[in-house]
Design a protein around this ligand. Structure first.
Ligand code: HEC
Ligand code: HEC
Ligand code: HEC
Length: 348
């Protein structure tokens, strides 16, 4: 017997299927157990969907520059504290508990090659729904994500020894959970993105750690590092670093004119007005130039955001008044060790 296909019958069949599906879900019959894994076809379909989504969205939702190979230490240290548990790392197995998830996290040394830098950037920034792959914690920190892309790209050729040297868990050193990035001497292992904290003002550093922990100061790297610290541990850590020889407020006359005089026509105050001994502002002389410049740019925020919508705290407003063409020079001259000009020659 032939059944005639009419619109009415199609609608009826579809609603029956929907009702059955909903009924099965309501009765608890849809298997969500991770222990059984996905069927092969589901697994293929979900991964295929994820790859297509990453390809499409990464073409429109990523900034121009998407990879930075200069900050491997902080990226590797962050990978160790946040990603290794699921993905494993050179010479390090992933946690068996995490590998029992559906889907289990892939070994990035094997899969990184399947993606372009732009796709990696997008996946690391946004995460993947329904898989446990988290989004980046400090959303505004594209610079941190760029460094992670640079790190993930290195994974296929990285040896366990190289990974250990980068993350360097220093046995027996004070504050080993900080020293992997900041060094035992607090000088940041000569990395452009890791600030020198030796000799920095203790009260300022304590405020910084609290702001990282609460997420007020955006940084996935430092938020994770500060998350496990209580007030007493924070105080002990900043006291240790503040006492090490390192930063100190240097004279300002031998630096950029903006440091000593500001830029009255742009209503930019002299930096030395606040960044001086006895004031509440942190030491910025002798700090790493790349870090200073990046921090000032973070405060300026994205060009597309209207000024009134940007943060109004004093440093954010000051940073926006620094002319773009002067910013890198200013950072360089601040970074020069006390008593030296930016070119490194000692002043008389
Ligand atoms: C809770 C476990 C978990 C953590 C933590 C985690 N991931 Fe993932 N990640 C996954 C899973 C699962 C996938 C696979 C997603 C898929 O196939 O759809 C994935 C996929 C990826 C991919 C795409 C590569 C591929 O083969 O699918 C990259 C790149 C990646 N993760 C990087 C990272 C980085 C960097 C971190 C740390 C900041 C991190 N992941 C933390 C579980 C995790
Ligand atoms: C994985 C690398 C890493 C680890 C581990 C780490 N840090 Fe950091 N730290 C950084 C980076 C990178 C920054 C700069 C973040 C930014 O741009 O805001 C930073 C910034 C800071 C600052 C702010 C300095 C300033 O001038 O504003 C303090 C204070 C600090 N870290 C203390 C610590 C302490 C204490 C620990 C140990 C509990 C620690 N860090 C662990 C990488 C790390
Ligand atoms: C009105 C006082 C004031 C003036 C003027 C000022 N600053 Fe600041 N600055 C601060 C304070 C306070 C902080 C700490 C902010 C915080 O806790 O987040 C700071 C923080 C900074 C930092 C971050 C340091 C670090 O370790 O992360 C940089 C870089 C900086 N200032 C640069 C400058 C420059 C360059 C100028 C001159 C153009 C300047 N500041 C002028 C008060 C000032």
């Amino acid at each position: 017997m032939m059944v005639k296909i009419t619109t009415g019958r199609v609608v009826l069949a579809l609603s029956a299927a929907l009702t059955l599906g909903l009924g099965a879900a309501a009765a608890g019959l849809v298997p969500v157990a991770a222990s059984t894994g996905h069927w092969k076809i589901t697994d293929w379909f979900l991964h295929w969907t994820m790859q297509n989504s990453a390809r499409t969205y990464s073409a429109v939702q990523t900034p121009k520059v998407i990879r930075d190979d200069t900050g491997l230490v902080s990226a590797a240290g962050h990978f160790r504290q946040s990603c290794q548990v699921c993905h494993g790392a050179p010479g390090e197995e992933p946690s068996p508990v995490m590998q029992a998830a559906t889907p289990p996290a892939p070994n990035l040394a094997k899969t990184a090659g399947h993606y372009t830098d732009r796709e990696l950037f997008w996946i690391i920034r946004h995460g993947v729904k329904f898989t446990g792959m988290p989004a980046w914690a400090g959303k505004s920190r594209a610079d941190e994500i760029r460094r992670m892309v640079g790190f993930v790209r290195r994974l296929p050729t990285m040896t366990p020894r190289q990974y250990r040297a980068l993350t360097r868990p220093i046995a027996g050193a004070p504050l080993p959970q900080c020293a992997g990035c900041h060094g035992v001497d607090g000088k940041g292992r000569a990395q452009p993105d890791i600030p020198i904290i030796a000799g920095q003002d203790a009260a300022y550093m304590l405020r910084a750690l609290q702001a990282y922990k609460s997420g007020k100061r955006a940084s996935a790297v430092m938020q994770t590092a500060a998350a496990g610290l209580d007030e007493a541990q924070m105080k002990a850590a900043v006291t240790y670093y503040a006492r090490l020889p390192g930063l100190s407020h240097g004279p300002v006359t031998d630096r950029h004119a903006i440091v000593a005089k500001g830029l009255p026509e742009a209503q930019l105050p002299a930096c030395a007005q606040c960044h001086a001994p006895g004031k509440a502002a942190p030491v910025i002389t002798g700090q790493r130039a790349a870090y200073l410049a990046e921090r000032l740019r973070q405060w300026r925020g994205e060009d597309t955001v209207i000024d009134a919508h940007k943060p109004q705290d004093p440093m954010a407003v000051i940073a926006r008044r620094i002319p773009e063409e002067a910013l890198d020079d200013l950072a360089e001259s601040l970074a020069a060790p006390t008593g030296q000009t930016a070119t490194g020659t000692t002043m008389p």
